[in-house]
Design a protein around this ligand. Structure first.
Ligand code: PSV
Ligand code: MN
Length: 388
């Protein structure tokens, strides 16, 4: 059986990175509903992230999205974060919200548009230098809607060229995290549609390029844990954009739609060394809280990741290996299910108490008065939102 003190240590040291955009308003293409107390600036987003860290104890990093989090002085933003025991995490480039990008960004047929997109990616590396971020997260909305619209292979060449230029610009401790998604906004071809395409580009680029698995970016029924195990085996799993989906890229709270899938993913992560910080797997959230209160939703998401991780750590790996070696299908499956069916909430409450935290982070947040404080003090001004 796993040593509980080792399990507790891993749980206490795991980190989950929260997204700045999860604190702002978001919605569907039909409606964005605003919420009271929503941040108006990247600084206020960091204040909310600091609250999440105060109650979870494992969320010291915040991902930024540029230009949504554009500020004049990124060093000042990093300092503001540090004063709240936070660090700035992945810088997410955004080459999908400009009229010029109608036919793509780095894969666009027009070299002038490609240059503009590349300029933005390089600017993001400049921002990383100022914030101390090590990860450049690249997701491209590039693709085509109609057969014949553009040259599929030619677009791959353009993509490779841009990635190569960005790769050359990276500092020693910086890396590219390349994110794939099979469709949307393009409906016929997408230029980075799957882990294989992302992996092929990263392999050519070198050690400082790895793949990001956004759990919402797969066709229904895709075995994500297989992808995770394969990428870890190749040393190419850079991290996760965690969220849940029922239909497409729903961006719901991780672990809410299919907690068993999250467990299966975390089992592969745990057994293949992905929880060792040296492996460099970034556990990021990429979620939008459209109808639920944002800060407690982020806290709940972090707790869901922790619960899946705890269950994965409780798998009796000796018993599992023995059952697998004997070809005992039922026993092997039973070992895994025993761990999944364990109620890990008391264990996590203990871990939190040992860290000096409230054993119930949601209750702690609710009684902190922060929601009332931001509702009162952020009454005026323009709320930050997805895409703004
Ligand atoms: C694309 O759907 C995506 O997952 C990318 O990570 C973007 O940066 C993010 O969503 C925007 O919310
Ligand atoms: Mn994502």
């Amino acid at each position: 059986m796993p040593d509980i003190s080792v399990v507790k240590n891993v749980l206490a040291s795991q980190q989950v990175e929260t997204p700045s955009w999860g604190y702002g308003n978001s919605g569907t293409r039909f409606k964005v509903f605003s919420q009271p107390g929503v941040p108006r600036t990247p600084f206020e987003k960091l204040e909310d992230a600091a609250k999440v860290h105060e109650f979870t104890g494992i969320t010291p990093k915040v991902s930024l999205h540029i230009p949504w989090d554009r500020v004049e002085d990124y060093t000042a933003l990093a300092k503001f974060a540090a004063e709240r025991e936070l660090k700035l995490g992945a810088i997410n480039a955004n080459v999908f919200q400009d009229d010029d990008y109608k036919l793509g960004s780095v894969c666009h047929p027009d070299p002038a548009v490609r240059r503009k997109a590349l300029g933005h990616l390089l600017e993001c590396v400049d921002i990383m230098d100022a914030t101390g971020s090590s990860d450049l997260k690249l997701w491209f909305a590039d693709g085509t809607n109609y057969p014949g619209q553009d040259d599929i292979r030619g677009r791959q060449d353009r993509l490779a060229e841009a990635l190569n230029t960005v790769y050359e610009r990276l500092g020693d401790d910086q890396r590219i995290l390349l994110e794939y998604k099979f469709f949307e906004p393009a409906f016929y071809t997408t230029d980075v549609p799957d882990w294989g395409t992302a992996y092929a580009h990263c392999l050519k680029l070198g050690d400082k390029a790895q793949v990001v698995v956004d759990t919402g970016h797969h066709a229904p029924g895709t075995n994500i844990e297989f992808i995770v195990a394969t990428l870890l085996r190749e040393g190419k799993l850079g991290g996760f954009d965690f969220n849940s989906r029922f239909y497409a890229d729903d961006d719901l709270m991780v672990g809410s739609a299919d907690p068993f899938q999250l467990f299966r993913i975390m089992h592969e992560v745990a057994k293949n060394g992905g929880l060792d910080p040296a492996t460099g797997v970034a556990f990021m959230l990429d979620q939008c809280h459209n109808i639920e209160a944002k800060i407690p939703a982020v806290i709940r998401s972090v707790m869901n990741v922790q619960e899946a991780t705890a269950k994965a750590l409780l798998v009796d790996s000796e018993a599992l290996t023995a059952a697998q070696a004997e070809g005992d299908v039922l026993e092997a499956n039973a070992v895994l299910m025993d761990a999944y069916n364990t109620d890990v909430r008391p264990l996590l409450a203990e871990v939190r108490e040992e860290l000096g935290l409230n054993p119930d982070p949601i209750a702690g947040y609710r009684s902190s008065g922060w929601a009332e404080h931001i509702t009162e003090t952020r009454a005026d001004g323009q709320q930050a939102g997805w895409g703004a």
